[in-house]
Design a protein around this ligand. Structure first.
Ligand SMILES: Cc1ncc(C[n+]2csc(CCOP(=O)(O)OP(=O)(O)O)c2C)c(N)n1
Length: 849
């Protein structure tokens, strides 16, 4: 046969062989016919053995010939000799542990590994190979299935600790509110086949499948950056997925899309899909439109290795190829581990209601451990006695651990803790004022460009205004922000900001990156302030909220000493990442003891731009706020913003030193409001003030009305007061909503007569914004003086705002009118369009809500 014919046959199998591979331990998946594979003869048989066995690879979609050639060479080479003893040991450990849990804790959920015991040899293969290639750490994520086994045998936590979880005497569950044992994270170390130690971090995750993926990527990126791991070989991300979740959850695609982006890459992730061919009760046909559960990974041209979970040697080989590929090409790679689930979704579930046929097959099957033992007995690699001895040793060690856990449990009791004082975040942090010389250095740096750099002509006045600051000119919002970043990096604190269009800023206000007008070359002045400065990074992110916010949250965990900020294009869009906010940012510390100092920048404010560009949903964050889990702020001056950003690094933590996320509503129109400015002197002294009492112009003892508000409406109220000459009205701004600044609010109330009317004014509808939250806290403070809180703002509404700019203006005027002269709308106002003079409804126009 001519060489070209041989090559043609091989090429057909390289391209399509996976369609006919022997992948399903249950034997239900049938080979898919393909005309190009209808070949026979010795060459075809050889190619079939390579590409249609228990290990198959899908890689023809990779465009680069070099990558395809590399994979083909690996597949076509003789497989390396597997470490059979080690594989057997892992399988037996996995199964004995599960059987023990089953007998000691029947009916308790454990999401058993049985049916997919090959997971352990697979993880061993990736970690051992990674260790050999110089990796020092792996950051792992997985859902519930097999997790306890992984914690014990891969993360290296003690069996005593795991049994303590089952006895519900794990001390960790007593701190904070805790979480169920199969969601908790763990850190430990893994001993590789060569005896090296690899640090392992199994990241805590919520029930929300796949949500942890971008968090892992962020943690890894932070660690790589911190360790100076430029080749991205020291810290390895490993994501373990479920088949239904991998195909169904959009965050999988969002995270894959980050994998090659400059600001987000981690040098390739190992994706291991536990394809047990079922999702709770749903079949593959019900779960996905694609043939394979892994098809989504083709979007980044990742190779996909499909492997039969009953063949642990093929599994280990698949993983070695995958890891080598990741290390060589620094790109994502996927392993589709085809297996089955021995029990129902959890051990108490009867799967035969919905999958009677599948579960009859499963019932009659020997486990992967049993099958492999039989194979090694047949091949004479082990003896029956030796296997029994290993099993007994595993069993004895587990029994001893179990007894110890029970003994320990008897010593624990729950005592109610009434004081949680140490979790309180101090409001005031005097360290945020910056040195004048440092500020000058930043201004110098951000207004100076390299030789030959041509600035965009429209930006010249912008730079000029910044230079003016040195001569007493105003500091606007974006300048204050740049100065906060600049001073932080000069003081040694790295800064990382990411979000859609964050470099320029959605509102063209920021310009942290400049592009040469002639060449398009970028220049980021904050990276060139001083040779010894800390790192400054700003990235325009992919158009994702869920994954990118998750990534930055992960970054804040991986490197707590970097000021990490995620910015929404408009605050509303943050709800695309609601899972990140609810499950991680708000509750991560309470559930998992996992502190984060992430800053969320959420543009907010009613400016007539419509329902989707007005509200960052202040009410949602306030509803999530409890037990000092967050800081929720709505600053109104550039100086306040400056101090707040710096406070996040110098004081944004509780008395134990644990950082707290900062949710910051940021302005839009105030970015260019002539009154929303500060001076350089405001940055060299003072600190962030949670409550801003009225400027001195108002004589406190003559005040008859105090308007409490938060955010941009302050400027409108101040202008309205001036217009009306209502100088007996004071306006107090709540710059920090949570933690509630009780003392500062109290002090503000004391400034004015106890007969003054107290009003809460907001531009958000009554059921939104801060009103209900503030009322809960302010009214008890007013009770002493027998006052109630009056509300002035928009009435309740289903959508955050109107879509009509005209109606917006009308409503905004009504809010101001209500504030000063006593209205208090509760019901939604309804409008209809009428002919101007005759008051006749316009035909076809429907009443608007
Ligand atoms: C986002 C989300 N939706 C729904 C659920 C409820 N749920 C828990 S497990 C499961 C099935 C998951 O199937 P698969 O990804 O195949 O993993 P398996 O449980 O089979 O290992 C579902 C729907 C969940 N945990 N997360």
């Amino acid at each position: 046969m001519a060489a070209t014919d041989k090559e043609k046959i091989l090429e057909a199998f390289r391209r399509w062989g996976y369609l006919q591979a022997d992948l399903d331990p249950l034997g239900h998946l049938k080979p898919l016919p393909h005309p190009e594979l209808a070949l026979d003869g010795p060459e075809a048989e050889r190619a079939r053995r390579i590409y249609c066995g228990k290990l198959a690879v899908e890689f023809a979609h990779i465009p680069e010939p070099e990558r395809r050639r590399w994979i083909a060479e690996r597949m076509e080479a003789e497989p390396p000799e597997p470490d059979r003893q080690r594989i057997l040991d892992f399988l037996l450990r996995a199964e004995v542990f599960e059987q023990m849990l089953q007998s000691r804790y029947p009916g308790t959920k454990r999401f058993s590994i049985e049916g997919v015991a090959a997971l352990l040899p697979l993880l061993d293969a990736v970690l051992s190979t990674a260790g050999e290639l110089g990796a020092e750490q792996a950051v792992l994520a997985m859902s519930h299935r097999g997790r306890l086994n992984v914690v014990l045998h891969i993360v290296g936590r003690s069996a005593v600790e795991l049994f303590a979880g089952f006895e519900d005497v794990d001390p960790r569950s007593v701190l904070g509110s805790g979480d169920v044992k199969y969601h908790l994270g763990a850190t430990g170390s893994f001993r590789t086949a060569q005896g090296r130690k690899l640090a392992i971090h199994l990241v805590s995750n919520p029930s929300h499948l796949e949500a942890v993926n971008p968090v892992v990527e962020g943690i890894v990126r932070a660690k790589q950056t911190f360790m100076g791991d430029e080749k991205r070989e020291k810290v390895l991300p490993v994501l373990v997925h479920g088949d239904a979740a991998f195909a169904g959850q959009g965050v999988v695609a969002e995270t894959l899309n980050l994998s090659l982006l400059k600001g987000y890459t981690t040098g390739g992730t190992i994706h291991l899909v536990i394809n047990n061919q079922i999702g709770f009760t749903a079949t593959a046909e019900e779960s996905r439109s694609s043939t394979y559960c892994t098809d989504v990974a083709r979007m980044v041209q990742a190779p996909i290795l499909h492997v039969n979970g009953d063949d642990p040697e093929a599994c280990a080989r698949a993983m070695q190829i995958a890891l080598d590929y990741r290390m060589k090409f620094k790109k994502d790679v996927v392993i589709d581990l085809v297996c089955y689930r021995k029990y129902g979704h959890n051990e108490g579930d009867d799967p035969s209601y919905t999958q009677p046929v599948m579960y009859r097959t499963i019932k009659g099957k020997d486990s992967p451990g049993t099958l492999y033992t039989q194979r090694l007995l047949r091949e004479g690699v082990v003896t029956k006695d030796a296997v029994e001895r290993i099993k007994r040793q595993i069993q004895d060690a587990l029994n001893a651990a179990h007894e110890e856990a029970v003994r320990k449990g008897e010593k624990w009791e729950l005592q109610e803790v009434t004081e949680y004082e140490e979790a309180t975040i101090p409001h005031i942090c005097p360290r945020t004022a910056a040195d004048e010389a440092l500020l000058e250095k930043v201004i110098e740096g951000i207004t100076t460009f390299p030789e030959g750099f041509t600035l965009h002509p429209k930006l010249k006045p912008f730079i000029e205004r910044r230079r003016e600051i040195l001569r007493g000119g105003p500091v606007d919002w974006a300048a204050a922000e740049t100065l906060a970043f600049g001073t932080l990096v000069l003081e040694g604190t790295p800064v990382r900001l990411s979000g859609q269009d964050s470099g320029r800023g959605t509102f063209s206000q920021r310009h942290l990156e400049y592009f040469d007008y002639n060449t398009g070359e970028p220049y980021t002045p904050l990276q060139h302030l001083d040779p010894r400065q800390a790192r400054f990074e700003v990235y325009d992110s992919s158009l994702s909220e869920y994954a990118v916010m998750g990534f930055e949250y992960g970054y804040s965990l991986g490197d707590p000493l970097t000021l990490t900020l995620w910015e929404a294009q408009f605050g509303d869009f943050a709800n695309g990442a609601q899972i990140m906010i609810d499950q991680f940012i708000a509750a991560g510390e309470a559930k998992w003891g996992q502190p984060s100092g992430l800053v969320l920048l959420l543009p907010h404010g009613y400016e007539g731009q419509g329902p989707e560009h007005s509200s960052a949903r202040i009410e949602r964050f306030l509803q999530l706020a409890a037990e000092n889990n967050l800081q929720v702020c709505n600053a109104t001056t550039p100086a306040q913003y400056f101090h707040l950003l710096r406070r996040q690094m110098y004081g944004g933590h509780d008395r134990r030193g644990l950082r707290k996320p900062l949710v910051l509503f940021t302005p839009k129109s105030l970015l260019r409001h002539p009154k929303c400015v500060s001076t350089l002197a405001d940055l060299t002294r003072g600190f962030f003030e949670p409550v801003l009492s009225d400027p001195e112009a108002v004589q406190p003892d003559r005040v008859v009305q105090v308007l409490f508000c938060s955010g941009k409406i302050y400027y409108e109220l101040a202008a309205e007061r001036e217009k009306r000459g209502a100088w007996n009205t004071a306006i107090v701004r709540l710059e920090q909503l949570y933690p509630w600044p009780e003392q500062e609010v109290e002090a503000a109330l004391w400034r004015y007569p106890s007969t003054a009317e107290i009003v809460w004014v907001q531009e958000e509808p009554r059921n939104q914004g801060a009103f209900l939250y503030v009322r809960d806290r302010l009214e008890p403070m007013l009770a002493q003086s027998r006052r109630i809180l009056r509300y002035a703002g928009r009435p309740e509404a289903a959508a955050p705002s109107t879509g009509s700019a005209r109606r917006h203006a009308q409503e905004q005027a009504a809010v101001l009118e209500d504030a000063f002269s006593g209205g208090s709308p509760i019901r939604p106002r309804r409008y209809r369009v009428v002919e101007k003079r005759r008051n006749l409804p316009v035909e076809g126009a429907r009443p608007e809500a």
